[in-house]
Design a protein. Structure first.
Length: 274
């Protein structure tokens, strides 16, 4: 481990826990990991298994400090290191976890404002005061994150939200940041054949091939509105061919992506053979 390994890291690099230890010489656990060997503080914003409500607002990460029960303190352990990090010479490096055990390197960060307090639930579900550190990426390079990762983080939060009490959900929803932040993401786009798409729509003749009802509305050109669906999803290696495409009403299309029942798939396979 050396400061060289640290400076070779690029935003978007993904490390496992061992890689994190090897690079920084930090402890193998915790959300804030101080290393004296590389004079760094590694901080982890975990979107998978964390009680902390970290969030990006514009280009500032509002990062929750250490301490899983009771009120947190700026004097406590690495909260203190982070509080003083603009003056103490400790380089702060941020990782985010979108997928269990995968640490995505975001970059070196610095405090962009005074730490402040807010109330969040502790591990037992009772409200307490936590320290929140506003952090900004120091360099110019921001990582481009896989779109699926960012969506995964949203889904994880959504699951937590469904479990909250009515009061707590109301409290969080009404104190939301109003203007959504943005993150730069990349996704793998399948290039689809326009002939196949047009063919599937024409073959359907304005009728959904699952529920057999006419399209629910006309588009601006006065054509029946249907959506083309791949019976074996492209993401799962399905082919972009007439044998694998059908035209569906938006309702049935959604149903196929949410439920994808065997019976419905059978119906669609049959419709393709006509
Ligand atoms: Zn339908
Ligand atoms: Zn589809």
């Amino acid at each position: 481990m050396s400061t060289e390994a640290v400076s070779n890291l690029k935003p978007g690099d993904i490390l496992d826990n061992q890689g994190l230890r090897d690079t920084f010489g930090c402890s193998p656990q915790g959300g804030m990991r101080r290393s004296h060997e590389t004079n760094t503080l590694v901080i982890v914003s975990n979107h998978v298994v964390s009680i902390y409500d970290d969030r990006w607002i514009d280009d500032v990460l509002h990062y929750t400090g250490m301490g899983s029960t009771g009120d947190q303190s700026l004097e406590f352990a690495q909260n203190k290191t982070l509080t003083n990090s603009n003056d103490n010479g400790v380089a702060v490096h941020l990782f985010e976890v979108f997928v269990d055990r995968e640490y995505t390197y975001i970059g070196q960060v610095h405090l962009s404002g005074e730490p402040y307090f807010e109330s969040q639930n502790d591990i037992e579900g009772s409200l307490r005061n936590v320290c929140v550190f506003p952090l900004k990426i120091t360099g110019d390079i921001k990582p481009t994150l896989p779109k699926a990762y960012v969506e995964q983080a949203f889904t994880t939060k959504l699951k937590q939200a469904y479990r909250l009490s009515d009061e707590e959900l109301e409290r969080r929803a009404t104190s939301s940041k109003r203007k959504p932040g943005t993150r730069s993401t990349s996704s793998l786009q399948h290039e689809r054949d326009p002939w196949v798409t047009a063919h599937a729509k024409r073959r359907a003749g304005g009728v959904c091939q699952l529920c057999k009802e006419p399209a629910p509305f006309m588009n601006r050109q006065g054509e029946p509105y249907l959506e083309v669906h791949h019976i074996v999803w492209l993401a799962k290696g399905g082919e972009d061919t007439p044998e694998n495409t059908v035209a569906l009403c938006p309702n049935c299309h959604r149903k196929m992506h949410i439920v994808n029942s065997k019976d419905d798939v059978e119906v669609l396979l049959g419709a393709c053979k006509l």
